[in-house]
Design a protein. Structure first.
Lengths: 448, 436
């Protein structure tokens, strides 16, 4: 009989090299050119298309699909980049099933929307494979300087938009690599072959953008200094913190931030060297929880369970992502909140969960019934938090930066976008849109 | 089970589906496979005169246009008549006919427009035991440059002359195959009839350039950098063929002249439409060249099932039923009023009806009602044109509904239950007074 006190089973090389390669290959292989033509033909070229309205960046979807159908995938990509310079990554990571594809009239008609995400990928991949000249031309230099903090989707989108207008942009990035969550936070099987870095290179082709790596706000540069030295500042800080479970034993070996786990995995040159537990429990209900759970399973974990404190319908991860986890063998258990971490010899050995329900007021409450799941690793994926430290002096809202419709903060020279601002949806595509809107607003402000 | 057998100008076949004179009927091997698959008859690929046979290009002979998923919609060819020796063809025709006595065997012929040439070949063909001949006056490429094919079909006097020779030197029924590359199909049809032809078949292929290679700036198919116009066929040409068939079926001079319908027949329904306009048989080529001979099963069974459902025991029971309903525009009932109606339960809100109507027609369909995406026909603007029905991607979502009473909100006029056409319309300066 096994007991909870068994030595924790965390190790690398659970699989063969072939299995690692297979498990972390493209989750949605790209369409072949013929498949793309057939799929493009399914688009009805709707008037005032609902998919376009549903896209946070308002890409002219019917037009880019029609260009594919007409044998012009490069032109199609230009249509995409016109509204979304990260159209390539968004094609890979957007939850299209809750955005454009949910709105597609063929979803209403037959439950089978046009595969807009895959078509977008076909167009943007074709553009990048054919090594086309950059789709934008940089305007004459304006002499204006803008500082962008954070080289993630929001920051890069803003930097690109500003560079197009002829402004000189310096991006300050705390890490040694650009890309933000595209590089560190998205499941590996969604963005293979170092696509995130290829996309950064593509964006920088516009010229006029300098990235200074290893420069963190509050440590190496201050907001006041940037506001003084530059004509405008854009903050694309993301959410550097991770929520804690608030349980004893959180520092035990095997209790890991899911965000860190994903980041390490993404940077790994050799997946077989990564350790993973035999039994993994992921606490949380969002995309990070799903990505961590699936990737644990793909690294060879035998039992992976997601424990979420509310019901399926409350999960931030889309139904599609939940199903992806389930078809990868992940068990999702709802209505369970973490109560205690079981620790033995300094390492986590299990997690005790309490069953939950909504009480009369609609508030979440424990039922008192508990269950203990054995675990060699417990991943925390219960949300990320902003760091207000280096941005004191600008107005916040629920801990995040408050902006107006133009993504301008309470400080006249400072704009912000992406996950660090209030009211967003924490999606790559929304961050890109924030950056785009802010760039327009900054340009207008600078040029009067 | 409906009886699909036909007797077309004395030529009997178990069903009305014949293979047209074309590559699928160029030799015994293909024709026997066709008969095994169930085809009712064939028109053997066109024979030329004795002597060295014609030669074909050794590069591509076909070009095409496609719909979604590369579904072939139109095919174009620059192939000539048979490039096999006349003697071989005649021998095979005789052998195949002997083995398949219940199938129709028609032989297509194209020789120079000289009496001696026709006089020479006709008895040879007759000797094979074939059931009839078809005169290829249609081929629009290659042979026409040598004064044959459509070069003959475009001159009614030649048609009549050659038809007369054939009736004179041959006891077999004569079918004249017509080219659509003319301005009025009735003239060649009348000439064929005047020459004593027993029937006409149409359409032959349409002169066409199917596409241009934008890298080499040459028409497709391209032969060493150059291209030549070809003959166009397949589903895309069916509407042209139906119209020409109808023109002959309702022309006072040619009414009743047996017609073998050709042009884009792909399914039983296409065949039924040709027959409804008056055809006694149909001929198929592109569909067979796209999918193989097995399609005849779907065609024969589909036609039979439809006839059973409608209560038609024989082909003759519905043959020509649509011909009297083809009329001139001037006789259409101008008092007939329809309005488009959108079934809101079926509507998927693509908005194509709106933008088609808004941009290109009558501004009669909403896109937004009370701030909500909603497509509805405004009867006071709708002229009943049917464009929205045709662009709607959903079957039966938009229908044309006849107004049988009340006032047309667009014109403010009472619905008149009586028939009235342009010939008596007050706006027509040529209007005739009603006779009664």
């Amino acid at each position: 009989m096994t007991t909870v006190s068994d030595a924790s089973d965390v190790k690398s090389r659970r699989l063969s090299d072939a299995d690692y390669a297979d498990n972390f290959s493209d989750v949605h292989p790209p369409l072949t050119p013929h498949e793309a033509l057939v799929e493009a033909d399914r688009c009805y070229f709707c008037y005032d298309a609902p998919c376009m309205t549903a896209c946070p960046t308002s890409i002219d979807i019917p037009m880019f699909i029609r260009k594919i159908q007409a044998g012009n995938p490069v032109g199609s990509a230009k249509t995409i980049f016109d509204e979304n310079i990260m159209g390539g990554m968004c094609a890979r990571v957007c939850p299209t099933e809750t955005l454009c594809e949910e709105a597609c009239v063929r979803e209403a008609a037959e439950g089978k929307p046009v595969k807009i995400g895959l078509l977008q990928r076909h167009a943007t991949d074709t553009f990048m494979e054919r090594e086309q000249p950059h789709p934008f031309e940089r305007a004459a230099p304006t002499g204006k300087k803008v500082a962008v903090v954070g080289a993630g989707p929001a920051g890069l989108s803003c930097a690109h938009g500003l560079a197009v207008h002829g402004h000189d942009v310096t991006v300050f990035e705390a890490r040694e690599k650009s890309g933000g969550l595209n590089e560190f936070g998205i499941a590996a099987y969604k963005t293979t072959n170092d696509f995130a870095q290829d996309e950064v290179d593509f964006i920088l082709q516009i010229g006029g953008i300098t990235i200074e790596h290893g420069k963190a706000l509050g440590r190496d540069v201050t907001l006041d200094q940037l506001a003084a030295d530059y004509d405008a500042v854009f903050l694309g800080l993301g959410l550097p913190g991770v929520n804690a479970l608030g349980l004893e034993g959180e520092n035990a070996r095997g209790v890991i931030d899911a965000v860190d786990f994903i980041g390490v995995l993404r940077q790994s040159e050799d997946l077989s060297a990564l350790e993973v537990g035999r039994r993994v429990v992921v606490i949380g209900g969002g995309m990070t929880a799903i990505d961590a759970a699936i990737q644990s399973k793909l690294l060879g974990a035998e039992e992976v369970t997601i424990a979420y404190r509310r019901g399926q319908e409350h999960m931030n991860a889309s139904l599609y992502e939940q199903e992806l986890a389930q078809t990868n063998g992940v068990v999702i258990r709802h209505w369970m909140m973490p109560k205690a971490l079981e620790v033995s010899d300094g390492a986590v050995s299990g997690v005790t969960l309490e069953k939950t329900m909504l009480n009369g007021d609609g508030k979440l409450a424990g039922t008192g019934e508990e269950v203990t799941l054995q675990a060699d690793q417990v991943f925390k994926a219960i949300g990320q938090t902003p760091d207000a430290g280096p941005i004191s002096g600008i107005d916040l809202e629920k801990g995040r930066i408050r902006t107006d419709d133009h993504r301008r903060t309470s400080h006249a020279k400072i704009w912000a976008g992406g996950d660090c601002i209030a009211g967003g949806e924490d999606l790559t595509v929304v961050s890109v849109e924030d950056g785009k809107i802010a760039a327009r607003s900054i340009h207008q402000a600078l040029m009067g | 089970m409906a009886d699909l057998s036909t007797n077309f100008i004395g030529i009997k076949s178990p069903n009305p589906f014949w293979l047209a004179s074309a590559p699928p009927t160029d030799k015994a091997y293909n024709v026997e496979r066709a008969f095994e698959a169930g085809w009712g008859g064939v028109v053997w690929k066109t024979l030329g005169e004795a002597g060295p046979p014609v030669v074909n290009v050794n590069g591509p002979r076909y070009g095409a246009i496609w719909g979604p998923d590369r579904r072939l919609l139109g095919l174009n060819n620059i192939e000539l008549i048979t490039d096999r020796d006349l003697e071989v063809n005649l021998r095979e025709i005789a052998e195949v006919k002997k083995r398949w006595p219940d199938r129709a065997m028609i032989v297509s012929i194209m020789v120079p427009c000289e009496e001696a040439s026709w006089k020479a070949i006709l008895p040879r063909v007759e000797d094979t035991g074939a059931d009839g001949i078809e005169l290829n006056f249609g081929c629009p490429h290659g042979m026409s440059e040598r004064g044959m094919g459509s070069a003959v079909g475009q001159v009614p006097e030649y048609i009549q002359m050659v038809a007369e020779w054939c009736k004179q030197y041959c006891r077999l029924p004569v079918i004249v195959k017509l080219t659509p590359n003319i301005t009025d199909i009735r003239y060649p049809a009348r000439a064929a009839k005047a020459g004593g032809a027993d029937a006409v078949s149409l359409i032959n292929t349409i002169s066409s350039i199917v596409s241009v290679d934008l890298d080499n700036f040459a028409p497709m198919p391209t032969i060493d950098g150059k291209g030549s116009h070809g003959g166009y066929c397949g589903p895309a040409v069916k509407p042209i063929a139906l119209n020409m068939v109808a023109e002959i079926a309702r022309d006072t001079e040619t009414r009743g002249l047996p017609i073998s319908g050709i042009g884009g027949v792909q399914t039983w329904r296409d065949a039924a439409e040709f027959i409804a306009l008056g055809c006694g048989t149909v001929q198929v080529c592109t569909a067979a060249m796209t999918y193989g001979f097995k399609i005849v099963e779907e065609m024969a069974q589909g036609l039979s099932d439809w006839m059973d459902e409608k209560g038609y025991a024989t082909i003759a029971d519905f043959q020509g039923r649509a011909a009297p309903n083809v009329t001139d525009w001037q006789y259409l009932n101008l008092n007939y009023v329809t309005k488009a109606k959108i079934d809101q339960d079926l509507c998927i809100k693509c908005g194509r009806c709106h933008i088609a109507c808004e941009d290109t027609s009558h501004q009669a369909i909403t896109s937004m009602v009370d701030g909500v995406r909603h497509f509805e026909v405004m009867d006071d603007e709708c002229v009943g044109c049917n464009l929205c029905v045709n662009v709607c991607p959903v079957d039966d979502c938009i229908t044309m509904v006849e107004m049988t009473e009340g006032t047309d909100p667009r014109t403010g006029r009472e619905i008149d239950p009586d028939y009235a056409n342009w010939t008596s319309h007050p706006n027509n300066p040529m209007a005739k007074q009603a006779a009664e």
